[in-house]
Design a protein around this ligand. Sequence first.
Ligand SMILES: [Cu+2]
Length: 198
Amino acid sequence: MTPVQGVDLAFWYILGISVVLLFGITAVMVYFVVRFRRSRHPVASDIRDNYKLEILWTIIPTLIALSMFYVGWHSYLGLRAVPDDAMNVAVEAQMFSWLFIYENDKESENELVVPVGRAVKLNVSSVDVLHSLFIAAFRIKVDAIKGIPTYAWFYADKVGEYDIQCTEYCGVNHSAMVAKLRIVPQEEFEAWLAEDGN
Ligand SMILES: [Cu+2]
């Protein structure tokens, strides 16, 4: 399972359980309101010290919460485990643009170009305030902090163009702190990499 699939699975799993609980609890509540209304059930029953019930309503929600944790944790591990053959790109956030620096020292502003079919590791930092690198297409969101290196990685199996955004309010032009991610064929990437940086 790719990290993208893992994150999506966690999302739909938690959302699915939430929807089932919402409708389940609402249905039971409406049933109880009607079934145990005062005219029909004038004396309330006392369920104190019903250990069976208490154990049940402790264990079942605990198991549900733990299962959600497990699915989320599993997807998180996928996001953190960078393949050994990943290509390294340094990402420097600054007010108000993104700088991408490649292994051959090529620098690119607001345009991250990577080859298709290759894992890419982004080594993220900031030259000034807090920023946050967000690539929704690859379910990546990681803080950019001056002095504390962070990272993210992704793998693209087809060519395409995606948005990169800053998701940490970093000043007046925060909303303009956007960049493009271009996934291109290997040859096109090599040609681009060999061009002079901008
Ligand atoms: Cu920013």
